[in-house]
Design a protein around this ligand. Structure first.
Ligand SMILES: [Cu+2]
Length: 300
């Protein structure tokens, strides 16, 4: 038996609720009316949502857990099948940029299309995840995340479940721990410090992802909800569907072109993408993968 360090995240036992938190559900106020929110994202209006009890992973799925899935199933992620994924410019050695970067995103040129980037080569073909077992898996698409969840006997959380869990029982606070970004002057999540996207001061200790338990959990025991990596949710994204949708166990529109992502990432900064707030939302197409998108699972 290997000794498991106390801070480590448990192995995946398929069909088990180990490493998950059981939440009673009930009603909560979802979204925000704050002027800080992005109206076009559909963060508001605040509405009362009720949820049945559910389980949710205490942490995002780690590299070690995803490796177990790949070893058990020989699963190939979409990034591996497409042959590339998006890597943040600051994570590519300047000397190799010309060779590795095939293209960039017009509206977000810091996202580089890198051949050979994948969950176990997160910064390109020569990079690896050695000594990063307890970091969140990245470069996984919504489809990949759903396949992992199915293997583990779980599912992706609905957006409402994600927000309920992330709020940790607090009502209408900005963050999973309260209203202050840095309570007591301490960094409690992994986001961007400095000038985005060129100057990353990494004052929180991390320029990229951080171990899933690097920062304190919220009152429900949920780690890494704000910052670190975006997390896929089950729902299709729509900026206004929630105005007409059910308020009891909502699961989003029946169809769409992009899936919901929540939580923000190590690239979020107030000046550019103030979406590490607990009401913030964004989306991506289900086959997209990047170095700052991961996921956690839920189950009934
Ligand atoms: Cu952001």
């Amino acid at each position: 038996m290997l000794a498991v360090p106390s801070n480590s995240v448990s192995r995946v036992t398929t069909g088990s609720t180990e490493g998950m938190i059981r939440l009673d559900g009930g009603s909560f106020l979802m979204g925000t009316n704050s002027s800080e929110g992005f109206p076009t994202d559909g963060e508001g209006p605040v509405r009362e949502i009720s949820l049945d009890p559910f389980y949710i992973d205490a942490t995002p799925v780690t590299n070690a857990q995803f490796r177990e899935f790949v070893r058990a199933t020989s699963y190939k992620t979409e990034a591996e099948r497409f042959g590339w994924s998006f890597v943040f410019q600051g994570h590519i050695p300047a000397a190799r940029r010309a060779e590795l970067v095939k293209d960039t995103v017009l509206a977000a040129p810091w996202w580089c299309k890198v051949n050979g980037a994948s969950w176990d080569h997160p910064e390109g073909p020569d990079s690896n995840i050695e000594s990063h077992d307890e970091y969140p898996v990245t470069h996984v698409s919504w489809t990949d995340a759903s396949e992992f969840a199915r293997w583990a006997g779980k599912r992706l959380p609905t957006e409402a479940e994600w927000e309920f869990a992330a709020r940790g029982g607090l009502e209408q606070k900005r963050f999973p721990w309260g209203n202050e970004l840095m309570p007591g002057g301490r960094h409690v999540c992994n986001i961007w410090q400095g000038e985005f996207p060129t100057r990353d001061l990494a004052e929180d200790g991390y320029a990229g992802t951080s171990p899933v338990k690097a920062f304190p959990e919220n009152a429900y025991g949920l780690y890494s909800a704000s910052g670190n990596t975006w997390e896929w949710c089950a729902d299709w994204f729509h900026p206004s569907y929630h105005l007409v949708g059910t308020r009891s166990n909502p699961s989003g529109p029946a169809e769409g072109r992009a899936r919901v992502m929540r939580g923000g990432s190590y690239l979020c900064h107030e000046s550019y993408c103030n979406r590490y707030r607990v009401a913030a939302r964004t989306s991506n197409t289900p086959d997209s993968s990047t170095g700052n998108i991961g996921f956690r699972c839920a189950r009934d």
